[in-house]
Every structure is written in C-alpha cells, then in structure tokens.
Design a protein around this ligand. Sequence first.
Ligand code: IDP
Ligand code: MG
Length: 140
Amino acid sequence: MAIERTFSIIKPDATRRNLTGAINAKIEGAGLRIVAQKRVHMTRGQAETFYAVHKERPFFGELVEQMSAAPVVVQVLEGEDAIRRYREVMGPTNPEKADPGTIRKEFALNMGENSVHGSDAPETAAKEIAQWFSGNEIVG
Ligand code: IDP
Ligand code: MG
C-alpha cells in the first residue's frame, strides 16, 4: 500500500469540549502521522466552499452554521492507506452506528455534530488539503 495523505478537521463540537488532544491520540494510535495542523475559525464562506458538494442537501445550512460557529483544527495526516484508515478510525457519519473505539463512537454528539471530518478519496483529499495548507506548511 502506498503512503497517502488525507485531510482531517477536528470540528467545533470537539474543540469546544477540549477534545483535540484525545482525538489526536486516536489518530496517532492508528499509525497516522500529523504532518500539518493549525487552529482556524472558518468563515461562513469557507465552510460553504468546503462542503459545496452537499449544498443541495437539507442539512447544508445547519452544517455551515455549525462549522463556522467556533474554531476547528485542520490537519494533514500521512500514512499507509491513510484515507481509508482514517475513515475507519473516525467511524461512520452516524455515531450510533459506529464501532467501539472509534472517534465518533466515543466523542460525537449526533449525526451533525460528529467531531471529525476525513477525506473520502484521493481527489477530495488533494483538493481539501490545498484549500487549507500551502506546501511549505506540510512537513512529513
Ligand atoms: P462524512 O463526514 O462521514 O463524510 P458526509 O455525508 O460527507 O459525512 O456529510 C458531511 C457532514 O454533514 C457530516 O459529517 C455531518 O456533520 C453532516 N451531515 C451528514 N448527514 C447529515 C444528516 O443527515 N443530518 C445532519 N447532518 C448531517
Ligand atoms: Mg464526507
């Protein structure tokens, strides 16, 4: 398996509850390396751009509202099969369906406030990383 990079967000529901360190421990425990990380407060426009693929969905307004309501931590994670591996550590979108030990099982509040984002494919990972980091901010 190739070394990949994926894009992660520790969402407002988690930063509010001081869970950044606990989530990073899960990430590192899964063998993923945090090769870039910063705390930002997204504007509505940045959240709309980031989640543009969901703009026709009924939850879009609420999602943009939540993502821009408080700071987030944006990250680049690196490792073997990083995109799939991080999705596994995160657990599914609905935390009620998540397995024990996953981030969303342990920390998510509900389907919307589900503590983390992770890219779903190589193309989206590249695009998402480019929205938030310049090349010299990523140190592998
Ligand atoms: P993912 O984060 O597991 O990839 P997506 O389907 O890409 O899930 O949805 C993006 C985000 O939109 C979710 O993480 C969640 O915060 C929110 N979301 C998705 N589906 C719902 C829903 O049915 N109700 C409320 N929020 C939702
Ligand atoms: Mg998604």
